[in-house]
Design a binder for this molecule. Structure first.
Ligand code: NAD
Length: 316
């Protein structure tokens, strides 16, 4: 099997690539190393992958590259490339989100429909739900994104469904819930909390710590993602992938303090526009279709992330 992974140098894309290699795939990674966070961190994410001779990669931008040529011969495309993050998606930032998340996805789908690809897996997000009326959210609930970022993720998901309905393109969208673990993006909460605990730099807390997130370990996300490329799933399917045990940010702070052995210095700010109060996903569908369930609980996952980040800090 030959897979293309877009966003392969990113946090989740590098884990998905690693898992694909472990399952015997040949993998071709595509990433343009956007400057959203340090491109050297992304190059570092690729290092171990590049040691495997079944992994090749190219620095290319999905907004402009010849995508038919890029995905030629692939059995499965895992589309993880995107401009992530809620806060930067307001004001002038929106254009970047539309380009990387919507227009790039549309170009990829156009290219995919001319090939004999067996599946395109799209990395969607719990952000499509916004502040939901009931929890845990089900895939059939009316989406109501609370941020421009969520709007772009929803739009790309709708595009996947439209290409499935009109052209029979085998797309599957997975709505990931707050992903954490080794190599997490440096601006995300767990990563910043661990850094604050280890260095004493204050953690900028937006809100009062009561916001609840359905944290999901990256290894569990990578397993669902790889399996979604292989399983017998109806074209256009959408599935939640969430850890299933939502906790508050305040509880996460305690877990980080426990795992590092250091209190986290906190610098409190007002709530940030676009942040929802709560996320939580019903995972019965992914359980049924992929026989997926989370394997790593939050305490264990945080310990693994602390170990990885401590190692990186020691090297820096
Ligand atoms: P990330 O920023 O670490 O990875 C995304 C990668 O895509 C980056 O390396 C970036 O350089 C690349 N990229 C962006 N635009 C590109 C383009 N036009 N052409 C080629 N490469 C491009 O982010 P992540 O946290 O690993 O997220 C991966 C995917 O999962 C994204 O689609 C994101 O929206 C989705 N997601 C993430 C989370 C989470 O908690 N991390 C939650 C829900 C959904």
């Amino acid at each position: 099997m030959y897979a293309i992974v877009t966003g392969s140098a990113g946090f989740i894309g590098s884990h998905v690539s690693e898992r694909l290699l472990a399952q015997g795939f040949d993998v071709h990674g595509v990433d343009c190393l956007t400057p959203y966070y340090d491109p050297d961190v992304k190059r570092g994410n690729l290092r171990e992958l590049e040691a495997n001779d079944r992994f090749t990669s190219v620095e290319a931008d999905l907004r402009t590259a010849d995508l038919e040529e890029l995905i030629d011969g692939a059995d499965v495309v895992y589309h993880l490339a995107a401009q992530p993050g809620v806060r930067g998606s307001w004001a002038d930032g929106f254009q970047r989100y539309v380009e990387h998340n919507v227009l790039a996805t549309q170009r990829l789908l156009e290219a995919a429909r001319t090939t004999d690809l067996s599946r395109l897996v799209y990395a969607s997000s719990s952000s499509v739900y916004g502040n939901a009326e009931r929890y845990p959210c089900q895939e059939s609930d009316e989406p109501s994104p609370h941020s421009p970022y969520g709007v772009t993720k929803m739009s790309a998901e709708h595009l996947c469904r439209a290409y499935a309905d009109n052209f029979g393109l085998e797309t599957v969208s997975l709505r990931y819930f707050t992903v954490y673990g080794p190599r997490q993006r440096p601006e995300m909460a767990a990563s910043r909390l661990i850094e604050s605990a280890l260095t004493g730099e204050p953690f900028p807390l937006f809100g009062d710590g009561s916001a609840v997130r359905d944290f999901t370990y990256v290894g569990d996300i990578a397993r669902a993602t790889v399996d979604a490329g292989l399983a017998d799933v109806p074209a256009g399917e959408v599935m939640n992938v969430g850890g299933g045990a939502p906790v508050s940010v305040a509880q996460l702070i305690d877990l980080v303090a426990e795992a590092t052995g250091h209190e986290v210095p906190v610098d409190q700010h007002g709530a940030s526009p676009g942040d929802v109060q709560r996320t939580g996903g019903d995972t019965s569908r992914v359980g049924e279709v992929l026989e997926w369930e989370p394997h790593t609980d939050l305490a264990e996952g945080v310990r693994r992330q602390v170990q990885a980040q401590s190692h990186e800090l020691a090297l820096a």
